[in-house]
Design a protein around this ligand. Structure first.
Ligand SMILES: Cc1cc2nc3c(=O)[nH]c(=O)nc-3n(C[C@H](O)[C@H](O)[C@H](O)COP(=O)(O)OP(=O)(O)OC[C@H]3O[C@@H](n4cnc5c(N)ncnc54)[C@H](O)[C@@H]3O)c2cc1C
Length: 393
């Protein structure tokens, strides 16, 4: 029997990629939900620029999104190319081994490359009434009658029948309720972007303008993705989205020591402080590669530690659960963190729609999610070993 649970109060904590994808899936199936997001707005802080969406991630998005938004997502992605250029710091071709999950040689279509904010804005369409910004979850209490009382840092409360934490790597529900244990891998990412200004395009190698390029060094790697948007695919629905100019997305991933940083001191560097570190690292690189950083958008630079979840064991299932980074954090080296969050959202939607009993829907989701997310974490760690060697601390 398919019961739609229309009388259930479903609360999603966090309006990131995973939480919004779930809300879209529920909405598509006629279910209402409330989304609580701690930020004041969708674009109050930078959260990365390019997301690679692989085939399972794309299919999960297709399951959750209504056709018009799915088409908008496809049409607003940057142009994709098959394969990757593996290069040296002197811009010669290299035979270095690549991360397996990046390979798109046998895929139906190559990985898609949406601009992250654009994708989030698409995922937000039609949910404006459901979302409350400035709501940071502080705690939760299980009440009688299977209800859960959520409390927020602004002093407000909300009572839900089902709670899904999609509040990212620092999720309390993820770590305390779902017992997800995240460890610091000891590695970091430094990422940013460089806009396609006429001066930058003249100075940066045309080789880097062809899809994705990867440079693998001893303790770190650099990934460069040309994000070129095809304005001829724009239609009027694109007007709902913030304008995006073409840019190079680039990300270093590796051991902080390779960047001359101590393990403990890299957390609070501003963009202005990160750029000299990159200039020092790249001072003897090919000038057409270094130009990427000479023309970088200083405000876009970000430095972050890489965390990874330990293999998960079952926890008592109920009417509180979690998805995405909240319950399985993984190194960006595999490029599958957001893709796994989309898979969670699609599976949760399907389960909620097909199980007459919510607890069974959640228990089945958790059983399956533990298996595929443990695998995704493992693939991501293996990807990290290729990109920067082992560095467990
Ligand atoms: C440099 C880099 C590159 C990456 N590239 C890729 C890629 O190419 N492909 C890929 O699949 N993955 C990639 N990832 C991983 C991907 O970004 C994450 O896996 C993904 O964002 C997880 O989505 P999420 O919805 O679970 O969490 P998030 O996107 O982190 O969203 C969590 C949301 O919850 C909100 N929140 C947090 N705490 C609270 C609270 N207490 N109360 C209310 N709201 C709260 C946050 O403000 C945020 O909006 C990359 C990661 C990095 C760092």
């Amino acid at each position: 029997m398919i019961q739609k649970h229309t009388n259930q109060r479903i609360a999603i904590i966090g309006a990131g990629l995973g939480g919004l994808c779930l809300a879209q899936g529920l909405k598509k199936n006629g279910l209402d939900c409330k989304i609580f997001e701690k930020d004041a707005a969708i674009n109050t802080r930078t959260q990365g620029y390019r997301i690679r969406v692989n085939e399972p991630g794309r299919k999960a998005l297709q399951t959750c999104l209504p056709q018009d938004l799915y088409t908008l997502f496809i049409n607003t992605c940057a142009t994709s190319y098959r394969g990757m250029n593996v290069l040296t710091t002197t811009l010669e071709s290299s035979r270095n081994e690549l991360v397996e999950s990046w390979s798109d040689g046998i895929k139906e279509i190559p990985d898609l490359k949406p601009n992250r904010l654009t994708l989030r804005e698409i995922l937000l369409q039609g949910l404006q009434e459901n979302i409350s910004f400035g709501k940071e979850l502080k705690g939760w209490t299980a009440l009688e009658n299977q209800e859960v009382e959520l409390s927020f840092t602004d002093g407000t409360k909300y009572i839900a029948d089902l709670v899904i934490a999609a509040d990212g790597v620092h999720s309390k529900i993820g770590s305390e309720y779902c017992r997800d244990q995240k460890v610091n891998t000891g590695n970091i990412t430094i990422y940013g972007r460089t806009f396609y200004s006429p001066e930058a395009l003249k100075a940066i190698s045309p080789e880097l303008q062809k899809g994705t390029s990867v440079i693998i060094e001893n303790q770190y790697s650099l990934i460069i993705d040309a994000m070129v948007f095809d304005s001829s695919r724009k239609d009027t629905s694109s007007d709902l989205l913030s304008p995006v100019s073409n840019y190079f997305y680039w990300a270093f991933i590796g051991d902080p020591e390779a960047f001359g940083l101590l393990q403990a001191d890299f957390y609070n560097h501003s963009g202005e402080e990160i750029l000299p570190i990159i200039h020092q690292l790249t001072h003897d690189w090919h000038s057409q590669l270094k130009a990427l950083f000479n023309y970088a958008d200083q405000k876009s630079l970000s430095i972050n530690p890489i965390r990874s979840s330990l293999s998960k064991e079952p926890w008592p299932s109920g009417n509180i659960t979690a998805l995405g980074d909240a319950v399985h954090t993984m190194s960006p080296a595999g490029g599958v963190g957001a893709n796994t969050a989309f898979i969670d959202a699609a599976l949760l939607t399907e389960n909620i729609m097909t199980h007459s009993n919510i607890s069974m829907a959640i228990a089945d989701y958790e059983d399956k999610m533990r298996i595929y997310s443990n695998q995704a974490v493992e693939i991501s760690l293996q990807g990290g070993e290729i990109l920067h060697g082992t560095n467990e601390k």
